[in-house]
Design a protein around this ligand. Sequence first.
Ligand code: CTP
Length: 406
Amino acid sequence: MSLAGRELILGVTGSIAAYKAVYLLRELTQLGAGVTVCLTEHAGEFVGPLTFRTLSGRPVLTDLFDPQSADAVEHVALAERAHAVLVAPATANLLAKAAHGIADDFLTTLLLAARSPVLMVPAMDGGMWEHPAVVANVATLRARGVTVLEPDAGALASGLSGKGRFPEPDAIVEALRRLLAPVRDFAGERLLITAGPTREPIDPVRYISNRSSGKMGYGLAAAALRRGAQVTLIAGPTQITPPPGAVFVPVQTAEEMREAVLQHLSSATVVIKAAAVADYRAKHPSAAKIKGKRDLTLELTPNPDILAEVAGRRTGAFVVGFAAETHDVAANARAKLEAKGIDLLVANDVSQRGIGFDADENEVLLLDRWGGTRALPRMPKSAVADAILSHTLAVRAAAATRKAVR
Ligand code: CTP
């Protein structure tokens, strides 16, 4: 993986190892990467901005920058476009702020704005790397998908020796290459993904629906495309723009979703039903707007269970369902998996705040039909999407060998 033409942000924090970031920057620019350096206030005390400016050929972002200025806004946008964000060296203080989403300076603000992979290269003295607070912060960051390199062991600046040294530039560049190399493990797979809510009309202006935002299903579609899959995304009404490259089939009702799914089913190798299908629809939707301020009884009838039908057709596709539960999540999910006859079930507890429905994060349990269960920690839906896709391949491969052995 060449670094030529890659746009990188290099954050430098206040460690004595800040001078080593100068060598790293030189290596990155020699490899053809475009690097914008962001210095924290303390980093600037170790190495001045002029050195970084000269080597990168670009203005250096510092906190002297007015965060309200148009330039600053543009640089935050730059973080959104960068191929990777590198923080080297990363102090214990920076790791703590990043783990907790604190944005009190330019660099930590950029980290929250970044949409690209993040690589942290910690360097710290005096046994800090082993402190439980640092260990916990590193675990949080890793669970969220951030790559945190292990520091080297050896002599430290204080004269002590231990783990905490800034790694050699070659090791950092290698980690960066791995981070930027696209994983194409879904090449050749054809994914059928459903997303969002369905809308069941009551009359021409009213409908029954639910709070699904579609973020999980759209996240899965984007991740699968990135990993080389062909994707058909069948979605109820959402506010999200479909990812470029997907065959997009917009639908409104559960019945329309069912038809679209059955139409695209035969070619799919994996079906993922992330949609929150309305369980009921009005039995007799009114052709005219229902008038009046009087009691109204609405007769509802159940919608077809699309997931159970897909699994029942046994087309050979690996079938993944979702379960929204409010209590006894694992037991209810296991029962649902068996009742619907699917291969993998992603269960989330929708009674918890900040995860699941309409949230940016999710914390899910993955149950497979062969009895396996895996709990994923809370993380952004984009990271959950990648974890579900990886688990899908792993479970399918394990199931194939089990069949071969029997
Ligand atoms: N599902 C479906 N068709 C339906 C209802 C649900 O395909 N009519 C799918 C969803 O896309 C999801 C899974 O079934 O993948 C589980 O949805 P959930 O609402 O949790 O379960 P229900 O089957 O509706 O069961 P219950 O409401 O009783 O918990």
